[in-house]
Design a protein around this ligand. Sequence first.
Ligand SMILES: Cc1cc2nc3c(=O)[nH]c(=O)nc-3n(C[C@H](O)[C@H](O)[C@H](O)COP(=O)(O)OP(=O)(O)OC[C@H]3O[C@@H](n4cnc5c(N)ncnc54)[C@H](O)[C@@H]3O)c2cc1C
Length: 370
Amino acid sequence: MNLSYWEYKSWFSSVDFTIIGSGMVGLNCAMTLRRNHPKAKILVLEKGTLPQGASTKNAGFACFGSISEILSDLKHHTEEETVKLVQKRFDGIALLRKNLGDHNIDFRRHGGHELFLEKDNRLYKQSLYELDRVNRLLAPVFGSSPFEINENTFGFKNIQEKYITHVFEAQIDTGKMMTSLLRLAQKNDILILNSTEVKNFQDNGNDVIVRTDTTEFKTNHLFIATNGFASKLLDEPVKPARAQVLITKPIENLHIKGTFHLDEGYYYFRNIDNRILFGGGRNLDFQEEETTAFGQTDIIQNHLELVLKESILPSTNFEIDRRWSGIMGIGNQKKPILKQISERVFCGVRLGGMGIAIGSLVGKELAELA
Ligand SMILES: Cc1cc2nc3c(=O)[nH]c(=O)nc-3n(C[C@H](O)[C@H](O)[C@H](O)COP(=O)(O)OP(=O)(O)OC[C@H]3O[C@@H](n4cnc5c(N)ncnc54)[C@H](O)[C@@H]3O)c2cc1C
């Protein structure tokens, strides 16, 4: 299709900054560029009619790492590195709240509880044993000890007697966060083109040619924020990881409140609008879930329902309202890939399962690479 003179002039000529991907990272990158370049033409290209990766699909945990996750990190990193990782998540959540405001993301600090399965006695005992050490290590980040032990007050079944709670962990409304971000971007004169997939690009030194499924244009700088889809445009070690979720219909007198991590973080659930949102189970079929294709599988969805029935809501009737999936970007390291690819091309990808915590910061740092 040929663009009209007006279409070309208004959207695709003299573009200063182009961002691929309108997830948390892409939009935060665009907002930082706007703050630093008030007069620039900034264009965001998004393949979906809505953002279509992880940012509108996630569970909305504003988390810093459960106790078993921190202990696992300590096996592969020094204490100093582990503290730095947690500090980044802490700073990232502070930035998210500052940028959008608690009301606009429905930020609620109900605490995050790690539940240990009956079979995971060793991990449970080790986590209890290491609690004081980890608290001492992380207290400087939070201003006081983050972890405490709590009774099984919500009556979950098939788990160890107590939870280990992160008192600073919170939950947000993912939909409100993303609509607020999109509104802010539009208010700041950032052009967002949906249903536009970038096929490839070419850095010529003086500018970058961007080829989409409908057109081709030049931009001064290009930022790639495509997370789980990164390997389609970049030669970087990012693997897609599909994550499946379900949500119940509203449940009368639902007493469960907070965010919950189960089975070393492979499962997670929370309350929202008198419902339980429950996701996970990638470990049931890692190979099948290493895909950029959205979709649900019987093996995972059936298991989610089983765990919900037997362990989470053992004495409550519930119905499933909706099921969906999202695509994460993962790798053999937890750190995101934030780097210059060529003279005028930059990327911020591989956010793993921590995008709420670090997405705002990664977007900001991506913009600052140019
Ligand atoms: C089910 C699920 C639950 C999660 N739960 C949590 C949680 O509770 N807490 C937490 O911190 N994190 C969670 N995460 C992870 C978090 O959502 C991500 O880390 C974060 O959203 C990544 O943001 P992003 O902007 O990097 O990527 P994305 O949101 O995936 O954005 C990338 C965008 O790029 C677009 N795109 C890709 N290729 C192209 C192309 N060629 N042309 C144009 N556009 C393109 C995609 O359509 C997409 O919109 C979860 C993820 C999933 C899937």
